[in-house]
Write a protein of this length. Sequence first.
Lengths: 315, 392
Amino acid sequence: MDFTLSSDQQALREGVREFCNKRYGEDALRGFTAADASLWRDLGDLGVFGLTVPEADGGAGLGMAEAVLAFEELGRALVPGPLVASYLAAGVVEGTLEGAAAVGLVDESSDPLLVEHPDLIASLVVIGADGVHRIDAASVITELVASPMDPLTPVARVVGELPKGNSAGEVDDWRLRGALVTSAYQLGIAHAVTDRSVAYAKEREQFGRTIGSFQAIKHILADMFVRAELARAAVYAAGVTVDDPEVGDPARAVATAKLLADEAALLNTKAAIQVHGGMGFTWEVPLHLFLKRAWVLSTTFGTADEHALALASGV
Amino acid sequence: VDLRFTESEQAFRAELRSWLAETIPGLPPKPSREDWPARREYDTHWQRLLYDAGYAGINWPTEYGGRGATPTEHLIFLEESERAKAPYVGVNFVGLLHAGPTLIAEATPEQQAAHLPRILRGEEVWCQGFSEPNAGSDLAALRCRAVRDGDDYVINGQKIWTSHAEVADYCELLVRTDPDAPKHKGISWLIVPMDTPGIEIRPLRTLVGSTEFSEVFLTDVRVPVANRVGEENDGWRVTMVTLSFERGTAFVSDVVNSMVMLHDVAEHARKNGRWADDSVRRDVGHLAAELDALWMLIKRNVSEATHNGVPGAGASVFKLRYSELRLRLGDLAVQVLGRGSVAMSDVAGPGSGFLVEDRLNSLSYTIAAGTSQIQRNIVAERILGLPKEAKG
């Protein structure tokens, strides 16, 4: 047993982190840079979408244990776009692996029925009671929704019936892997806002001292770190468990990961705004973007409470 | 990240499991909580069985009579022992987990020979004389005074929160030997036989109603200077050395035990109808997720200890979250038991009394061994690198 990252895993994480710093760094974030075809192509070149696609099919042939590391870094940098859907569709929907095409997702069990990034996606994958189906985005009638809560996650409402498409996978598998990489992205958010808040608390002075020397601030920051670390243990363990079900129950491990990562991302982004005081409430300090993305993601692939109810039945 | 156990780890687990299965049914009945001499007898008997089977001092180095197990084997040992409902370390706690490791690291060969084998065999019970009424979180402020008189120290002062004092043979006692030095620099670590004249023990009743702890009063207690471990006034460092023995396994039994408790709470709810309440099931699910994640955090801390020799600050992260979870688990138990929570006996079905007693007991978890507030300071200052609060 060894719950530490291998050198290959560390290198993968470093590689994605470096890419994010260069391609979607602080300036891009502060400039409210939206996801576009060029970003998608670069993410495809990096290999993010094909991480767990078999090598014979053009992917990297790695496991979910590696996929979560990549998504953690994407979350840390708050890279926008339909990342989870495109990752899940890679190797199944043409052009997705290379980042030539972005894929959107709707879960028929959700209400209202909304599609993210309607202008960017070429295909839509529908998770429904009778399976996972792929349809052309152009064949779906949508209406852009005014005032999206997250400025970098535009949404459109599906109007009328969804056409039938070709089978693209199995519902449980999509939900499981979708929840897992979403958790990893949430984990990245939880850590990113902790780091930003710690840095701010070391620099900001009031009453002649840095505010990070006050226990009232310190304890908020300690709690943020603890939440993120607990989520990290759960997310990494879930990645390994999905790869190797002999070490545990993948459904239970993923529900645990999503629950704790959602909680860490939501509570930490709110705490980060509190630590930043008035500046945290402004548009120009990007903390609100982290809060809003965490919020959007917490509504996908099962809410924390839904996962809690599922876990309770196994106790 | 690899969660599979190696072949030798699996073999260790299998051998231990079969030994536990053979041995535990032959144990005498557990004595009552308040009968301390009987508890000593029970706990030290168990320690002797462990010794004879080669499991005593599981993490102690082999040259000092221990098994020299790896951190992962130590984790397996604690996990299997808890699942088999083996006796707890009990009165052997201080000897095996604190005083013994301190002697291994800092004592003279004579001191080691006098005590280590006896601790391992369950022949010697230790207690800890660290905290004082005015030295709790700020332990280094301790005042219990030792003055040199020829070849002896003469000790006067008071200790508190001393577990198992009534049945202990020795005390690891922290005393102030230089009142003029800065507070961390004037402390010494002494081996004090508990039958020395001048030691008075008064049981301290906790809010649960039990006498787990005592106050210890020392009046003109004479102890040979040869009983000092480490240099005079170097006792703070001697004390802290023990921390380096920690391998991230401190709470293994607790987490396994908490999972069982959560299951018991769910069973009570299923029986009494409160399971129909969504909020109860949501709470159960949240706690289940947190316990699973804490279990993974233990594995991570143990893995880091295997690589680096110490579990790092992960211990504070764990302790903080675990102790607060236990309070919420207790609250949920009380909510589920409802009116049945007003007795520490099984008024609401088998096991309800234990859940109520544990709820009261768990109030100590965020206080003992570093309050949650101190743990948050440790996380903030040692891990996050925030500036220290000005201290007096």
